[in-house]
Design a protein around this ligand. Sequence first.
Ligand code: F6R
Length: 265
Amino acid sequence: MPTDSPRQLAMKSAAEVIVYQNSGDACIAAAERIAGVMKSKNHPILGLATGSTPIPVYQELVRQYQAGHLSFSSVSTYNLDEYYPISPLNDQSYRWFMNHHLFQHVDIPANQTHVLDGTVPASASTEHANQFDRWIEEAGGLDLQLLGIGRNGHIGFNEPFEADLAEAVDLPTRLIELHPVTRTDAGPAFGVVDKVPTHALTVGTRQILKARQILILAFGKNKAEAVAASLQGVPGSNVPASLLQTVADRVVWILDEAAAAGLKV
Ligand code: F6R
């Protein structure tokens, strides 16, 4: 049970913004929302994120599965991103992460879990990325997309760049070059920044923004600036999470107090 009631912040846009005292309560609330979507659909289609932020969310979903409250047997998952190149056996790969934190603990059939393949030859990466978009579309689109946010405002590995709004919201799944901030932040996990892959495959903004619900989590003071720019700045490609303003009525932000500290209310 959460320790304190969360605060709901009113934004100019229709986005729901909920602030929890601590990230533990926030993650339980996020898991409840995901479980709610899973229970409301015969074949739920989930877009999943990796990184440190959602780990307790997955722990809570595993707990609910082990308690017999939840089944993943008819769920299909599509992960946001994968380093490139990387082997799925590398413990820094996002395929390894998902197996380790969720898939191997629940009853999801392996062929219903989809993670972009960090081993495809570069010459086949566009074809593979296009195919990933097609798979999501053929499955009927994402019922829920879970997101974290980078310190630079990235979502998935859609990094900040210069483009007009129309282009920025319509990016396909593709191979990208990682932003220096992203590589710096991933440095400790790889031991040293030089070992962080220079590239990654990422689901594009087009697919993310089409999800029927988008749940974005941000915790800690390192995220406060990106959160404020995303929610209260002008939407644009230089802060990719600000593009969520274009579909604000389908977006729920789940924050802790530290990540919400930069918001003007
Ligand atoms: C991961 C992903 C990234 C992370 C973001 C935050 O699949 O898409 O956008 O959500 O880099 O990472 P953490 O949670 O480690 O701060």
